[in-house]
Design a protein around this ligand. Sequence first.
Ligand SMILES: [Zn+2]
Length: 88
Amino acid sequence: MTVRPVPGPGTRVSVRPAEWQPSPGIEGQTYHEIVIVSVHESHDPRFAWVYGHGPDCAWRSADCSRPFCFEVLVNVDVLAAAAAGERP
Ligand SMILES: [Zn+2]
């Protein structure tokens, strides 16, 4: 597998419909902003597992003490663009 650059922890990535999957094979239908915690390879080279938080659950907020509350598959091209600073 080609190693693609991925955004580091704390990077905010916006995903549009069809750029992400809530679970394998299911196309995401909504827009989300995700604050990256970590990125992991998935079974599908086009997508990577992203663990993260929503923009509103600030890192140190008592409201969200979990390590992450998003666990979704995101298109690797989107992640590479975010890592390169090519997406807001
Ligand atoms: Zn959270």
